[in-house]
Design a protein. Sequence first.
Length: 605
Amino acid sequence: MHLRKDRPLPVRHRSLALAVALGLAGAPAVAFEALNFSTPGLAEDLRGQIKSFSALTAAKEDDRTSGQDILAAALSDYGIVIETLYANGYYAPVVSIRLDGREASEIPLLSTPATVDRVDVTINSGPRYQFGTARLQPLAPRTDLPADFRSGERAKSTTITDAAQAGIDGWRNLGFAKADLVRENVVAVHPERRVDVDLGIDTGPRLRFGRLNTDGDSYVRSAAQRRIAGLPEGEMFDPEDVDRSVDRLTRTGAFATVTLREAEVPNPDGTLDMELEVTDAKPRRFGFGAELSSLEGVTLSTFWLHRNLLGGAERFRVDAEVSDISNNTNGIDARLGARLDVPGAIGPETDAFFRGEIAMEQEPAYDSDSVELGAGLSRRISDTLSAEIGLGYLYAETEDDLGKRSFSLVTLPLSLTWNTRDSDLDPRNGWYVNAEATPFLDTDGDGNGARLYADLRGYYALGERERTVLAGRLQIGSVIGPEIEDTPPDFLFFSGGAGSVRGQPYQSLDVNLRDGVDVGGRSFVGLSGEIRQDIGESLGLVAFADAGYVGEDSMPDDEGNWHSGAGVGVRYKTGLGPLRLDVASPVGGDTGKGVQIYLGIGQSF
């Protein structure tokens, strides 16, 4: 089949429309023995593209091997091959697809062979074409056209399409929502091996956002959908505002799909209505998790989630955790907490939350029974930056080496999170920074102050295939204001265990105030480094080293103590994240000995 075009070519080149109606009785499927591609003079990467896009390749791999299937795939491949060559600047190809020696395009549809043993695809790309004229008018200010859309560059059809889209987007970004291509003159001049392109855009009127209309098929109220979307009605049309609205609705988790379309025709007043269509996600979800440490024992956790509790996409989650399930620990810890998030409570980017938690902790250094209530606001500042502020109340009854005490605190928790990681469970590149400040007021005494904590993590993948990852972590903590005796034990800092220094016993590093009195410190530093190496597609190896410091004063000094640990680990990739097995032992300090084993899901940090 010879395909040479000397007439204008469309910007959005389409695959050959070959409607094959094969109503014949089914024939037995017999695999064709050979599929051969002959591409003389064609670059290996382009040959690879054609083979990977080929319908014949897919048919053979899927064992669709009847004569009808093979003929249909062959007829489709004429268009696929030509489209791929156009996309790479070849406009005079000769393509032949022969089924047992017969050209596929010449086989009558009513005489389809029952079986095919051999398929031969021969492709002569012809010469490569360059742009002669490359014109697109009018252009909006600051339109970023493809760099190779100019005279003398290779005339890829994809470049033409990208240039046309860039021109339209340039006007849409300035509020011309109905900008469209109205002139498409694309001509291949074969004797000179060039393609002349002359494209024209009709900008249409500059428009403002009109009303956001909903389809009414969701259990989330229409008013709540509009509030969460936050589309700025009356303001100039901006595609980025549309994308942000879709993102806000998607982030609630209440919707499986979100589609926001522009009305076909603008309103007479210069506004453009938007049409919102959503599909509800399943409202309820539950999950569980488990971690194992040879010394700290087993930690079991579960949660129950409702994504649309009151009809306004409110997210209600209940979490329960039982930890330190082991004969090696002082006792079992338990927590039960609930949180309600209300999206778009104060503007589209600010959510409200309400939370409560009861906890029973039997830690190595103290016992504590506590109740905590809180409410606050969380704001998404950008795609990677978020902040939270709240007001809370904490009541705790504790017992440690200082005796039995009770605490009644009003808290003002603040946090800022910057997250550029490419994955939360298995990051390979990016940063994670979480900074927290919790000022507190002791309603029963003079223990007023603040607890400060920062967690900084960085990831860097090496090599073109990024199979080696360097990961580092720095933790810093401080309690300022009250003395240790006037500070709740769970506000103080300890070191040791899976979250700080692997290889050292859990919370084994503390402060010795005096004989027989061991408590947490007011300052903390944690350091961790890992080298993660992929082995094959599913396995990985990790080498790591951790160190921790705890001091009596609010600022680290020479009076504090350090300990450290190191080890190796194995990772097995699963759909939930990598399954983690770490083996570590102490390498510094006098707080532990022997080997510790840790098992969980997700990287250690």
